[in-house]
Design a protein around this ligand. Structure first.
Ligand SMILES: *Cc1c(COP(=O)(O)O)cnc(C)c1O
Length: 404
């Protein structure tokens, strides 16, 4: 590229992405205090784990919370908790991180797919109404947009599990995500809005779901102390299957992160309001989706919808990058993954599929999902005050969407 060419492509966004320290002084103090206590592993519900679980219970307004070493582990335990089976699938949208899809296999079942809504990145209640042969529904609040939990609940008699890994702190119709269904799952992986470095949280108001989830990967000391259901008591001395516990170190980090989430959320709300104003003032053909009354979003990503048909999504994405707009790529199209289509590969990892009616998805059967992948830009909104930066992002978005 010549130097004249480079000068001509000076990006619209010149301010670096505004951010504070990922983990602040309070987290450093909490980690140091834990190290000095010498207790990095508790086989029971130790202090660090107990405090995090209690904080999440308060935060999501649920009665039972269980920590895991990953969001994937919490999804697997939640699906086991609601008794998914090898004979029927777990219904979900393909607009998802791959871990949520594979969790259906881990839990001894398999995924079946329904399309998203034309107006949101979330599973369409109409797709739930028409689905057959599923034992549970996995609803992901994709890109922080809370799914329509009332309509989804009305569309099925089967248990719903929420994947709230993009939506920490979001509410639907006034009620926290993770509290609407049989169980909520939150990844605390390092990129998520509440991070323990790694980690996962399961929330539920159902004692039976909690105790079944407990048997999957928690220590016998904790099982012995907490199990009450007669059918689970034989597991008190052994548990079953895996080791999925959260390290105490992750728990103290995540606890600090949870306590600072409201301030970060408030800053992001203000930043998004600035972006909306700039886009409206410039008449840019790109919309920030509104949420219904009482609903608030999570901030893992913010989806923006381009108003006119995008001819070349890859070119639009590249143009955003050139302007230094903080876009993030879409997930790969999992519906075309070899793993979901190759029976030998599947059986190598999940032998229960030998006797299950799993069918690979038809990759072309989900028009709203494919359209949304073309028309949606995913951006990262700063979680510290950044009005001038958002002004520049709005200008950049107006520029690229008008010419693509
Ligand atoms: C990150 C994520 C997961 C997996 O969480 P891990 O903690 O990485 O295991 C699951 N679902 C969604 C939607 C995610 O974003």
């Amino acid at each position: 590229m010549s130097s004249t060419r480079r000068a001509a492509s000076t990006p619209t966004v010149t301010i670096p992405f505004p951010k504070g320290p990922r983990y602040g002084p309070a987290t450093e103090r909490a980690v140091l205090a834990l190290l000095r206590s010498g207790r990095l592993s508790d086989t029971g519900r130790g202090a660090a784990i107990g405090e995090l679980e209690d904080a999440f219970a308060k935060f999501t307004r649920t009665t039972h919370v269980l920590s895991f070493g990953s969001g994937t582990g919490s999804l697997m335990a939640a699906l086991h908790g609601v008794r998914v089976t090898p004979d029927t699938g777990v219904l979900m949208s393909p607009m998802n991180w791959i871990s949520a899809i594979l969790a259906a296999f881990h839990a001894g079942s398999y995924p079946i797919f329904g399309d998203i809504e034309s107006t949101s990145p979330n599973l369409d209640p109409a797709a739930v109404t028409t689905a057959t042969n599923y034992s549970a529904v996995l609803v992901t609040h994709a890109f922080g947009i809370p799914a329509r939990m009332d309509a989804l609940g009305a569309a099925t008699t089967r248990p719903i599990v929420e994947d709230a890994s993009h939506a920490h702190g979001a509410r639907y119709a006034g009620r926290p995500v993770g509290s609407w269904s049989a169980a909520g799952c939150f990844s605390l992986q390092g990129d998520k809005d509440v991070s323990g470095g790694e980690g996962g949280i399961l929330t539920t108001n159902d004692r039976a779901v909690y105790e079944r989830a407990l048997t999957l990967g928690h220590h016998p000391h904790r099982l012995d102390a907490e199990l009450t259901l007669p059918e689970l008591l034989p597991l008190a001395a052994t548990g079953a299957a895996y080791k999925l516990r959260m390290p105490a170190l992750s728990a103290v980090i995540a606890h600090e992160q949870l306590s600072t989430l409201p301030a970060r959320t408030a800053a992001a709300e203000t930043n998004l309001a600035v972006l909306r104003q700039v886009l409206a003032r410039l008449g840019a053909p790109v919309a920030v989706s509104g949420l219904g009354s009482g609903s608030t979003r999570g901030w893992y990503r913010v989806p923006l919808t381009v108003a006119h048909p995008v001819a070349d999504p890859a070119a639009l994405f590249a143009a955003c990058r050139t302007e230094r707009i903080p876009v993030r790529p879409h997930y790969p199209d999992w519906l075309r993954s070899p793993l979901l289509h190759d029976r030998a590969l599947l059986l190598d990892f999940w032998p229960h599929l030998r006797h299950s009616p799993y069918n690979p998805p038809d990759p072309d059967a989900f028009p709203n999902y494919h359209l949304a992948r073309r028309q949606t830009l995913l951006i990262k909104v700063p979680t510290v005050s950044a009005p001038e930066y958002m002004e520049q992002v709005g200008n950049g978005l107006a520029r690229v969407t008008t010419s693509h």
